[in-house]
Design a protein around this ligand. Sequence first.
Ligand code: FCB
Length: 456
Amino acid sequence: MSFRKDFVWGAATSAYQIEGAWNEDGKGESVCDMVTHTPGIIYHNHTGDTACDHYHRWREDVALMAEIGLRAYRFSVCWPRVMPAGTGAVNERGLAFYDRLVDGLLAAGIEPWVTLFHWDYPYELFLRGGWLNADSPRWFADYAAVLVDKLSDRVTKWMTVNEPQCYIGAGHWHGWCMPGLRLGLREMLLAGHHALMAHGAAVQVIRARARQTPVVGWAQANSPTVPASASAADVDAAWRVMAGMGGPGLPVQESIWNNTWWSDPALLGGYPEAGLRLYGAAAPKGKPADFELMRQPLDFYGCNIYQGYTIRAAADGAPEIVPAAPGRAATLLDWPVAPECLYWGVKFIAERYRLPVVITENGMSGHDWVDADGAVHDGARIDFTRRYLRELRRAAGDGAEVRGYFHWSLLDNFEWWSGYKHRFGLVHVDYATQRRTLKDSARWYRGVIAANGENL
Ligand code: FCB
């Protein structure tokens, strides 16, 4: 079992979580600025105002990527940095930042993988209803055109949106993801409908305007399940949960963590039956043209996979969740360590959507610190990543077309509602001094990349 020869080894970040420079060089405000500047929402009132100061330190960060031996770097563009009001005027100084970054990456031999949108929605458009506004797909397409025109002479790898599960489901219903709203189910689903149309419109723009043949995907938050045993009944039960709308017996709010509501319209042409049954009258009606727009051919399916839970078949064959044993391994965010979820998640996605898969995010939160010896000994991250990568390799060996893996994250960064409490990076960041320290995991990952994973 091996990874393909051209397997893409990378690391990922997103703009708001690392850039800082929240009000520099003509950048407009985003909903992230709105939320983080409201006291009492984010852990210790942390903000991304400075974050990792990547906006000013990107050269150093590219040098770190080269030191780790990354072949690719997934980053996102801050929409209101490029278009301060979200639509209309372009801010050339903001756009120039990404232009320089792309040049710097290519000069270091690192391929840029660009995500158009990772939650930092323009505040001015939020005031006009944001994703609830029926014009929002067009706003997004216009923004996409600006980036494609500027970068597609050098960038070929594009992802439209990151995790509608989060910025629509958690962000417009649960209230704990950007932009922090608690709307009704119907309004959340309408926002999601527009976001799916925006995805489709952006794919069209990329294909129509790119100066080199583009490779287009997205990044979804996938929720795999792991069968309790290899028995056909358990495997079937776990599979049914992955195709369904949230785990058995869980409240309806948990249904946003599904694999199909956000993917079927874009890849199979409509919302899944199970979702339409669950949401009933709240489900968006949608015109045929909406669904035509959503369904655009993709070149790869990007999966963000961190955790999974175990499912078994009850006596009657129905899926049931296996309760977690006390003291089971979990990361600092209390996400269960479940390496097999990379195997089962990838198998499910590859089979249902018949697309090559790229792991666009995977990693773990810890509370790493710089040891008295000056190093950062994050052995747990090495163990975590090794186990997950072995399962990914197993999926590839079983016939799933797995093209790449991006570790989340390159740097410790602003972890949304948890502020700087959680550290996800291969590189430790001291936020007071902005000093970067390669963790043990970064050195280990360098060896994995050099051996194309043969040494896992
Ligand atoms: C994902 C997000 C990413 C990061 C990781 C830990 O849901 O896409 O920005 O917060 O989780």
